[in-house]
Ligand binder design. Structure first.
Ligand code: DGL
Length: 249
């Protein structure tokens, strides 16, 4: 589940790691973006979506959204008997990999102010300088399919600029919508002299974690020849159809 199509950047990796499973993707796009919504609202939506997914037979739920993970995963884990796998900005690998000693984190306002993120940053980012920036307008670009062009570039430039100016050599993509903007992020970064900047997307690590959870719990293994994927949206399904067509998800 995600607030929109962002979670498909995670699904791509999951489907590659676990190709013989059955998947139901839920896009809460009638309530997108989550980034500026209250924690209580996101918890309430996460519960409703969880109830629905379980009623459809879900045995494990990937919260393919950093904002919803930060707001709701602890509550969901306490209230439901099934396992949840969540997203977290990849501060640890970035802190281990930086040469300049400065890492950038691009995420939503909700993620950056959450206690889950702040604890993660204190735990793994204390030996480096961590500079944060909200990807303002990024989710809207991805939901509307405007992944390139002048508008995408200027939107991305405004949020990247403070990170590049501060000398970050690794930038963590802390929102699942942002990997869909990687081509424009790379282009704009190199225009600003940051061609060597590395962007980290935690989706492959989350897919590995999901593999472990399935093994540990002895669930899954539908034995299909290819992933059986279906989706539902709380709003229009235009965005999801477009992104699946363009990105061969
Ligand atoms: N894709 C989401 C995330 O990873 C949420 C974006 C939003 O709805 O603001 O944070």
């Amino acid at each position: 589940m995600d607030s929109g199509v962002g979670g498909l950047s995670v699904y791509r990796e999951i489907a590659e790691a676990l190709p013989s499973e059955k998947y139901l993707y839920y896009s809460d796009n009638a309530n997108c973006p989550y980034g500026e919504k209250s924690r209580d609202f996101i918890i309430q939506r996460a519960r409703q979506i969880t109830d629905h997914l379980i009623s459809e037979g879900a045995q494990v739920i990937a919260i393919a959204c950093n904002t919803a993970t930060a707001a709701a995963i602890a509550t969901l884990r306490a209230e439901y008997p099934i396992p949840f796998v969540g997203m977290e900005p990849a501060v640890k690998p970035a802190a281990l990999g930086t040469v300049s000693g400065v890492i950038g984190v691009l995420a939503t306002a909700g993620t950056l102010k959450s206690s889950k993120y702040l604890m993660n940053r204190d735990r793994y980012g204390s030996s480096v300088k961590v500079v944060e920036s909200v990807g303002r307008g990024f989710v809207e670009l991805v939901e509307s399919g405007r992944l390139e062009g002048e508008e995408a570039e200027s939107t991305v430039r405004a949020s990247l600029e403070p990170l590049i100016r501060s000398g970050a050599d690794i930038i963590v993509l802390g929102c699942t919508h942002y990997p869909f903007l990687l081509p424009v992020l790379r282009k704009v970064a190199s225009q600003m002299g940051g061609s060597g900047i590395r962007f980290i997307d935690p989706a492959p690590a989350v897919a590995r974690r999901l593999c472990d959870v399935l093994k540990e719990q002895g669930i899954g293994s539908e034995g299909l020849d290819a992933p059986d994927f279906s989706y539902e949206c709380s709003g229009s399904d235009e965005a999801i159809r477009r992104i699946m067509l363009n990105l061969h998800v």
